[in-house]
Design a protein around this ligand. Structure first.
Ligand code: HEC
Length: 162
């Protein structure tokens, strides 16, 4: 009975959110650029989990090992082509998270203080939250004809039936 109620409730919440339009700022990028950004994002999530797991064991060397690849070295991997298409604020926020992870790695090695690392991680993750609250990614529509710039229909998902 409880289970059924839970299913009904989650269905109601799901339909309620499905009817709302995503009003976050749209980043219109290509499929390849989207894949680049999202691959990086999943590395952020996996790395953060790795850091938390290492902290649980108070293994500060492992903290540094998980944090370092999320630092500026990751940002240098082919992000130049994104600079032109993503807004300055977006890039700035992203870079500042990369810098945070370099700092987390450095402090884990020098201070070896799990609580300090936790505080840094929590502080930095406010930027993950802030950016996700403001932006969404949409794949740039290719012009149907050469030179034929199509008006973008970002907000409406037209279902063309053939
Ligand atoms: C500068 C902006 C920005 C920052 C900072 C940021 N993200 Fe993201 N992230 C995005 C955007 C934009 C998307 C795509 C959201 C959408 O289109 O709905 C995304 C998507 C994701 C996804 C989904 C990946 C997928 O495969 O669909 C994960 C997971 C994620 N972010 C984790 C994180 C974590 C963890 C952090 C912080 C350590 C973080 N992000 C920081 C902008 C950001």
């Amino acid at each position: 009975m409880k289970k059924i109620l839970a299913i009904v409730l989650s269905f109601i919440t799901m339909t309620a959110t499905a009817n709302e339009i995503d009003k976050r700022q749209v980043l219109s990028i290509t499929e390849i650029q989207r894949n680049h950004v999202l691959t990086e994002m999943r590395a952020f999530l996996a790395g953060t989990q790795g850091i938390l797991d290492a902290l649980l064991r108070e293994d500060m060397a492992a903290v540094a090992k998980h944090a370092r690849p999320l630092g500026m070295s990751m940002a240098h991997k082919g992000e130049d082509h994104l600079k032109e298409v993503l807004s300055k604020e977006f890039m700035h926020l992203g870079m500042s998270v990369h810098k945070d992870f370099d700092q987390i790695a450095a402090d884990a090695e020098s201070l070896k203080d799990p609580k300090h690392t936790l505080r840094q991680l929590s502080e930095s993750m406010k930027k993950c939250v802030a950016c996700h609250a403001d932006y969404q990614i949409r794949i740039k529509e290719r012009p149907a004809r050469l030179g034929g710039a199509q008006p973008s229909h970002n907000q409406h998902q037209h279902q063309h039936q053939h």
